[in-house]
Ligand binder design. Structure first.
Ligand SMILES: Cc1cc2nc3c(=O)[nH]c(=O)nc-3n(C[C@H](O)[C@H](O)[C@H](O)COP(=O)(O)OP(=O)(O)OC[C@H]3O[C@@H](n4cnc5c(N)ncnc54)[C@H](O)[C@@H]3O)c2cc1C
Length: 410
């Protein structure tokens, strides 16, 4: 027999967007449920970069101190190594303290933290192992979304809700079920993702290593390096055909300090492929339903901004909708205000990601450039501290940063 619930806000997906929106809605006194299909947050394919914009939101919510008690590493500046030369590209220390660094924390720890804090809120429920399979529509002519059906370990669950928010990522079930139209943007790269151990002599803070036909990103996860090897779209068959030894050599050429631990890559089972997508919805809502985060705009890993943009969407959605939802005065036409507020930053960031992919990465990965050319903006940034503050603000705080204005309910 199916279980049934009624709430004011039903959030599908417990990623960064869903967990932050759940927290903000619960804090504002909106009766909210988050449905997450996995039993835990332990999935090793996500970004780890918690940017100053997200730290600032945590500070506004009074969560920053407790958040920073969790194990994390700190990135105060960003550098890139091109053809063996090091260039500084962003100085976060120049932003206003205490949110003047990037916290590197495995995403499952970050989500666990939000879940733990969220469970203190009486109007928020988080249900794991609950996979949404379809939308419930009412009998009206426009087929207003009135809830969702989900599968749980205890059987089917039906949730009736005044608002359903799709936060279920770039392969969103909700947006597909609602028939929202996705516009694909260029994504000529894929990423190979693996771990290598750390040694005390390893360099710090350099994130991107650019060689003559390759790019390797090393993310410091305190106990090990999380590495991302960027390849041309669909290039995985060529890499596999070359064999694991050729791949090890390519990685060692990308970042020489890792050469002594290549045996840790025993086979391609230790290397995961992540297909990169950049897209966005034309409309983010329809009556009774809104999509945010990657469900509304899938982000490239370039700049490591996806988590933070998803959090910004959640803050904007709560600022604009929580009051009306709680009081029961929210109208369907109010939902588009979230897209109107967030489209500009999404466009700017996706535009920058597409430009880097097409103008820099594609020619580099195709091997058409003999020696890696140092782009002039990189040279200018290395020379000019003021410009590095500007890139830190753009990357760290984003365009049109959100502040929490949805009031806590007492
Ligand atoms: C290779 C790679 C590296 C990246 N690195 C970074 C980085 O370093 N920093 C950064 O900021 N961003 C990074 N990103 C982007 C970032 O991971 C995403 O932009 C961000 O996770 C989006 O958050 P979200 O909450 O919108 O969606 P997601 O994180 O995708 O979360 C969606 C959630 O919904 C759940 N779900 C899906 N379907 C259902 C369903 N039917 N029912 C219930 N639950 C469901 C999923 O299990 C998941 O928990 C990277 C992306 C890639 C591809």
């Amino acid at each position: 027999m199916s279980d049934a619930l009624a709430v004011q806000c039903c959030i599908v997906g417990g990623g960064p967007a869903g967990m932050m929106l759940g927290h903000l809605m619960g804090r504002a006194g909106v009766r909210t449920i988050v449905l997450e299909k996995h039993a835990d947050f332990l999935r090793d394919f996500r970004g780890d970069t918690v940017h100053p914009s997200t730290l600032r939101i945590m500070q506004e919510l009074g969560l920053l101190g407790r958040f920073l008690e969790r194990p994390h590493s700190v990135l105060r500046s960003l550098g890139v190594e091109i053809g063996g030369r090091h260039f500084r590209v962003a100085d976060f220390e120049r932003l206003a303290p205490p949110c003047n660094f990037i916290a590197l924390m495995p995403q499952w720890d970050f989500l666990d933290f939000l879940a733990e804090e969220g469970r203190r809120l009486p109007t928020l429920e988080i249900r794991m192992s609950s996979q949404v399979t379809e939308l419930i529509k009412d009998g009206s002519r426009d087929g207003r979304v009135a809830g969702v059906r989900a599968m749980t370990p205890d059987g089917p669950l039906e949730v009736r809700s005044n608002l359903v928010v799709g936060c279920d990522g770039r392969a969103s079930t909700v947006r597909a079920a609602a028939g929202l139209v996705v516009q694909a943007l260029s994504a000529p790269i894929d990423v190979l993702w693996f771990r290598l151990s750390k040694s005390p002599d390893d360099p710090q803070n350099v994130l991107a290593h650019v060689g003559s036909d390759k790019m390797l990103v090393t993310i410091d996860r305190a106990a090990y390096w999380q590495c991302a090897y960027v390849i041309g779209k669909g290039g995985i068959d060529r890499i596999h055909a070359g064999g694991i030894e050729a791949f090890r050599q390519a990685v060692a050429q990308g970042a020489g300090f890792l050469a002594d631990r290549m045996a840790e890559l025993r086979s391609f089972d230790d290397v995961k492929l992540l297909s990169v997508k950049v897209d966005r919805l034309r409309t983010w809502s329809r009556p009774g339903l809104l999509c945010i985060g990657d469900a509304a705009h899938a982000m490239s890993p370039i700049g490591g901004v996806g988590i933070n943009l998803a959090i910004q969407d959640a803050v904007a959605a709560a600022n604009l909708l929580a009051g009306g939802l709680r009081k029961g005065t929210l109208r369907d036409r109010d939902l588009d205000s979230v897209r109107q507020r967030r489209l500009f930053p999404v466009r700017v960031i996706q535009g920058a990601q597409v430009a880097v992919q097409e103008k820099f990465l594609s020619p580099l990965l195709s091997g058409r450039t003999r020696a890696p050319r140092v782009p002039w903006p990189v040279r200018a940034l290395d020379r000019n501290a003021w410009l590095r503050r500007w890139t830190a603000a753009l990357l760290g705080l984003g365009v049109r940063p959100e502040r929490v204005s949805s009031p806590p309910y007492r």
